[in-house]
Design a protein around this ligand. Structure first.
Ligand code: AMP
Length: 410
């Protein structure tokens, strides 16, 4: 777990702002779920999921309740939906930290942030298209270019079960060729063997059966509409028939956004898909869902690699130099801030020279100087810190207006 300090912390805020703007244009509402939930909310994600079985931060609280820090937010949004029963389709977005007890490394942390959307209550394939397109639009809004979208369909629950059985039989027949880790995975979830990046598993995976042979006509038609829709709106994708998502509840359309500059083991910037059954498992009516989660930490690493989405400048606009007792700096800063100007000052009645040094270091464009004579005359001097032009004397009443117009004409 890490501290996020300035200027990176400002970049995190801006990231969420861009996301809010992108999904806000499509009518998604913000939901802020709690960090802590009853553990049952997450165990429903599936016993074959590492996130649940190995990585959860769970404990018994003082009221003897078994709770967990959320490892993801889809389950929390579904739990919230069941509790509040909003009208459907319900379109929600979220942002915030999740916790997983993983092996920390570049792009993988024990506390990490995600932004995401969920749509509950519609089977329409055009919702899948909207969701996938919004993720794509968001990456573009950040300025990221090297992103690949991979899509697949896991079919109906029945298609998926038949496929899992076929995969199980196939991997059993090649058991001795698999890595010891994948032999273990096979016992828990044959689909996850397809995720293995180990070279020993590659030739076995290459010959594994593919899901498209198990799609029923309904699943195939749904997926065709999704692909055609993405073509129509110009969102490029590659079909990856071996793309399976980690969580057990995924059905139908699944997708992943991959960062081209990142190591292949950690290159998923985000992903999502359709899920059924989760809302019903949490005590609600049978409600289909589709959504995605995008990892903030990893996406910012990709932004660094592409030199885009830099931290926003936090420079002051104005630095107030008060050679008196500091009370003029108090009133001038108050007036300037009320007028929307970022104003800073120094403390401890430092010398004029030390204050000018601080003014230059602050990155401010203008210094406001108030010496003895300005104080007596009720005036202030404005000095442009990035040009040699003559400093300007203005009355204190004119000071905010003059600075606002100078700053806005830059
Ligand atoms: P998931 O919820 O596992 O589907 O992950 C969605 C996205 O969240 C991933 O593509 C990553 O960008 C991010 N993510 C998941 N786990 C971590 C982690 N431990 N550290 C950083 N980012 C993560």
């Amino acid at each position: 777990m890490r501290d996020i300090t300035a200027p990176e912390s400002f970049r995190w805020r801006r990231f969420v702002d861009v996301f809010e703007h992108t999904v806000g244009l499509a009518g998604y509402d913000l939901v802020i779920p709690p960090l802590l939930e009853d553990i049952g909310v997450f165990t429903r994600l599936g016993e074959a999921t590492d996130v649940v079985t190995k990585e959860m931060y769970d404990f018994v609280d003082k009221g003897e309740r078994h709770v967990a820090l959320r490892p993801e937010q889809t389950a929390s949004i579904c739990r919230s939906f069941v509790e509040h029963r909003p009208t459907t389709p319900f379109k929600a977005w979220y942002a915030g930290p999740n916790f997983r007890y993983e092996k920390p490394q570049r792009g993988r942390y024990r506390q990490f942030d995600q932004v995401g959307i969920e749509v509950l209550g519609s089977l329409d394939p055009y919702i899948d298209i909207e969701v996938i397109q919004l993720g794509w639009t968001f990456f573009a809004a950040l300025g990221l270019c090297d992103v690949e979208l991979a899509i697949n369909s896991l079919g109906t629950p029945d298609d998926r079960s038949r496929y899992v059985a076929a995969l199980h039989d196939y991997f059993e027949s090649r058991y001795s060729d698999l890595s010891p880790e994948s032999q273990q995975t096979l016992l828990r979830n044959p689909l996850r063997v397809l995720d293995s990046k180990r070279s020993q598993d590659a030739p076995v995976i290459a010959e594994a059966p593919l899901i498209n042979s198990y799609w029923c006509s309904e699943a195939a038609e749904h997926f065709e509409v999704v692909c055609e829709g993405l073509d129509a709106v110009g969102v490029p994708y590659t079909l990856d028939l071996k793309l399976v998502r980690g969580l057990d509840y995924y059905r139908g359309t699944t997708f992943e956004y991959r960062g081209g500059t990142l190591d292949s083991a950690q290159n998923a910037l985000g992903g999502g898909g359709r899920y059924d059954g989760l809302v019903a498992d949490l005590g609600g009516p049978d409600t289909p869902g589709v959504g995605f989660a995008i990892g903030l930490d990893r996406t910012l690493l990709a932004c660094d690699d592409e030199n885009v989405f830099a931290a926003p400048s936090q420079n002051a606009d104005v630095f107030v130099v008060d050679v008196g007792d500091g009370s003029d700096a108090l009133s001038v800063c108050t007036e300037l801030r009320a007028g929307g100007i970022r104003a800073e000052r120094s403390w401890d009645q430092r010398s004029m020279k030390a204050q000018m040094k601080a003014a230059n270091r602050s990155g401010a464009r203008f210094a406001v100087l108030i010496g003895e004579s300005e104080r007596e005359a009720g005036t202030a001097l404005i000095r442009d810190l990035r040009s040699d032009e003559e400093q300007l004397s203005v009355t204190r009443a004119d000071l905010p207006g003059t600075l606002i117009s100078r700053l806005s004409s830059l």
